[in-house]
Structures are given as structure tokens and as C-alpha cells.
Ligand binder design. Structure first.
Ligand code: SF4
Length: 425
């Protein structure tokens, strides 16, 4: 979080992204909306009746955990928000106006992340309009975002330190800005496939991690030289050796994919033991990688695991475009490290981001194969990315020690690069 400066905070907006809500109602079906005690009081004071489709006795409910009383909006029997109407619109918005809704609803799909003396604005790619870049440029929405940011930053907030490069190697904010600037430049090289750009970034971070900080070369020059080196030394994709990842790496990677592809719907949570048993069996099948894929959410049909090891062809420029926009928005908004991403160091966070993209590619193959196609297409990548980003940086499971240890092992064994290369083309 960031210290308030005068009447408001400074915002850094993503330069490539458009968004407007197209009222698909997806967010009102997918997310639990946690509300504050004050929002709860406000909602309970509203007048609703069963005739209008809202049960006045089930507007909000208590949600467990955290050692304090917490609340969320209730759900309809099909899992949708209690206020969602049959046209996919919000009844509370329609009757009491935008400002009456909980902050979480008004923020979505925007996210705010602390920088040295500004807020970086990101977006959740779980919203189909974000994935497909539909709507008004985010740059033109500054006034609305400034208003929202006033509600996000607590008054008197005193700022935070920049996340370290790796554990025990601190970074200044200015150094982090240099690093994200160079990552952004590498990711923005549109003439190259996004997988190659990602390999450049991973290569540059690996060299930076291995280099000693003697202070002899200024940080910006060091990072610039390393970026030049990887661009020069890493051959084009057609000349990259296609070595399959090690069996253990693929097993751990499938466990990561299982985590991304699960969908903990409200109805599923209600059938606690049956749901948990099904989840355990599914994760076991992902771990073994034998037989057919289990169905973890709608739209993913069972296919042989072995089929997902086969390429679905080259990415089209549009597929490259959506993945590179995703990566650039995440880097620009710092939504891959520090407070914005489970408090992890920069290198670990970027490796996790690369694995999220590899997971999206795996899921896109699954969607294509499940549809009986040998070639993937733009819609597969967009849907897969929406599934992955529903969890990435938001699901508490991804910040747990076991998940992070798995990701770190893949990084230290140099398997992240192989996984990106293997599943990304
Ligand atoms: S998922 Fe996106 S487009 Fe759909 S209702 Fe929510 S904000 Fe609007």
C-alpha cells in the first residue's frame, strides 16, 4: 500500500489494455464476494422480497476462517450471487445504483498494487472482456480509477519496501523499475513468438540471479547487458533444442495445472466430503498422468493425458498477442511479486508467472483435444487464460509453502524454461 499524497494517490495504468463490462454475469457466478461489516449493515437495511427474486432472509452469510467474523454475499441455489437476475444483471445496482454495491464488486476486474509512491493498476483476466481486450482503453478511465483508489488505500498508510530479487538480496524501488522496464521491453518484441520472449526474460533473470552484486557495474547497465546477451545468444524457436522436461518436472507441473483448473463452486463446497474425495482422486490422476483427464470444471472434456503431450501447432499472431498482453499487464502492474503476489521475491514470482502461461497453454491444448481438434485456436487460449487467472495471485492455495516449494524446485532445476518451451508451441 501507498502513502496518500495530498487529495489522492498517483496511478500507473496499463498501456495496452481495454475494458468495459459487457454484463456476461460471469464474475457474479464465479466469485465469493466478501463484504465489510459496514457493507453488511447497508445491505441488510435494503428492502427485498421473494417476489422480486431475492430472499430477504438470505442476503448475506458468515464465512469462516481468519479468527474474526467475516461476511459474504449469499448465493442462489445454482451458485450465482443472490442479487443476479435472469438477464445477468445486478438487482442491487438496478435499484440502488452503482455506489450501493460492495467495494469488491465495484473494483472487479481492476486490481491495485503498491509501488514506491503510486498505485499500479492491473486487471483480472478471469473476465472475458479483459481477455478479449474489449471496451474503453484503461488509460481513458483514470478518473473512475482514482475515485476507486481512494477507497482502497487506508489513510495514513506509510508505504512498503520493494520486494527482493531473491531471498536475502534486496532491491531498491528504482532497481525494480529498471528490471520491470527491461522485462516489459523484451515481452513487447511483437515480431517474435511470445514463448521466445518469455525464454529471454527467464534467461535474463537466471543470469541476474547467478551474478554477484559487486557494485562495480551500475544496476541498469548490468540488466541492460544481460538482456542484450540473452537476445543475442538464445536462438529463435525453430533452433531451440526441444528437450522434453524431466518426468518429475512434468508430474509437478501437472499438479500445478490441477490447482489452476479446479473450480470450487458454491454448490461443490456444500457437498463437503464428496467434493473433497472427488478433488483428491482428480489430483491423484493428474499426478500419475495416466489414462483420461478428470473433469475439474465445465468445458473440459476427458481426453487421454498422453494427447496433451503432443503439440497443437504454431500459435497465430492473435494467440501470441493475448499471451504477451497478459504478461505485460502483469509485469507493468507488478502483479507477480511482493505484496501483490503472496509476498514472493521477483525471480520466484516471474517463474510462477511463466508457469501460469505454460499451464494456460496446457489447458488450451486440452480444450482443443476435447473438441476433437488437433490444432488449437484463439478461443482455446482465451478461455484457458481466464481459468488460470481466476486463481493466479488470488487463490490462497497458490501462496502455500508446498505450492511455492514445487515452483521453486522447477526453477532451480531449470525446468521452467523447458516446460514453457514444451507446452507453449
Ligand atoms: S465477468 Fe467481466 S464482462 Fe462479465 S459481468 Fe463481470 S465484469 Fe462484466
Amino acid at each position: 500500500m501507498v502513502q496518500r499524497k495530498g487529495p489522492g494517490v498517483r496511478l500507473e495504468l496499463p498501456t495496452l489494455q481495454n475494458w468495459s463490462c459487457h454484463n456476461c454475469g460471469g464474475c457474479c457466478r464465479q466469485h465469493d464476494i466478501e463484504i465489510t461489516a459496514e457493507e453488511r449493515e447497508r445491505i441488510l437495511a435494503q428492502t427485498w422480497s421473494r417476489e422480486e427474486g431475492v430472499d430477504p432472509d438470505r442476503l448475506v452469510e458468515e464465512t469462516g476462517g481468519g479468527g474474526r467474523r467475516r461476511w459474504r454475499l449469499s448465493h442462489q441455489p445454482d451458485g450465482a450471487c443472490v442479487f443476479l437476475d435472469e438477464r445477468g444483471l445486478c438487482r442491487m445496482h438496478a435499484r440502488y445504483g452503482e455506489a450501493s454495491k460492495p467495494l469488491a464488486c465495484r473494483l472487479y476486474p481492476y486490481t491495485f498494487h503498491p509501488d514506491e509512491n503510486s498505485l499500479r493498476v492491473g486487471l483480472r483476466f478471469s473476465c472475458p472482456s479483459v481477455v478479449s481486450n474489449r471496451g474503453t482503453p484503461v488509460l481513458a478511465q483514470k478518473a473512475t480509477l482514482l475515485r476507486l483508489s481512494q477507497e482502497v488505500v487506508p489513510a495514513g498508510y506509510a508505504g512498503v519496501a520493494a520486494p527482493p530479487l531473491v531471498s536475502g538480496r534486496p532491491l531498491e524501488w528504482s532497481q525494480l523499475h529498471v528490471l520491470t522496464g527491461v522485462l516489459g521491453e523484451l515481452l513487447g518484441e511483437d515480431q517474435q513468438p511470445v514463448v521466445l520472449r518469455l525464454l529471454w526474460c527467464l534467461g535474463m533473470l537466471s543470469l541476474l540471479e547467478a551474478s554477484r552484486d559487486t557494485g562495480e557495474i551500475p544496476f541498469p547497465r548490468q540488466v541492460g547487458q544481460l538482456a542484450e546477451a540473452v537476445r543475442r545468444e538464445l536462438p529463435g524457436l525453430s533452433r531451440q533444442p526441444m528437450q522434453p522436461p524431466a518426468a518429475m518436472a512434468r508430474r509437478l507441473f501437472r499438479m500445478t495445472v490441477a490447482q489452476y483448473s479446479r473450480k470450487d463452486t458454491f454448490q461443490a463446497e456444500q457437498q463437503t466430503w464428496r467434493y473433497r474425495w472427488k478433488l483428491l482422486r482428480s489430483i491423484w490422476r493428474f499426478t500419475s498422468g495416466k489414462g483420461q483427464t478428470p473433469v475439474l470444471q465445465e468445458g473440459f472434456r476427458p481426453v487421454p493425458f498422453v494427447d496433451l503431450e503432443r503439440s497443437c501447432g504454431e500459435m497465430t499472431p492473435e494467440m501470441n498477442g493475448v499471451l504477451s498482453r497478459y504478461l505485460q499487464v502483469k509485469v507493468e502492474s507488478l502483479h507477480f511479486c511482493g505484496l501483490a503476489y503472496y509476498g514472493v521475491p521477483v525471480v520466484e514470482g516471474f517463474a510462477s508467472l511463466a508457469l501460469a502461461v505454460a499451464s494456460a497453454c496446457y489447458l488450451a491444448r486440452w480444450l482443443a483435444r476435447g473438441d476433437g481438434r488437433s490444432q488449437w485456436q484463439l478461443d482455446d487460449v482465451q478461455r484457458a487464460l481466464a481459468v488460470v487467472d481466476h486463481h493466479h495471485g488470488f487463490s490462497p492455495a497458490l501462496g502455500q509453502t508446498s505450492f511455492r516449494a514445487r515452483q521453486r524446485w522447477l526453477w532451480t532445476q531449470r525446468e521452467v524454461t523447458r516446460l514453457v518451451l514444451w507446452y507453449g508451441q
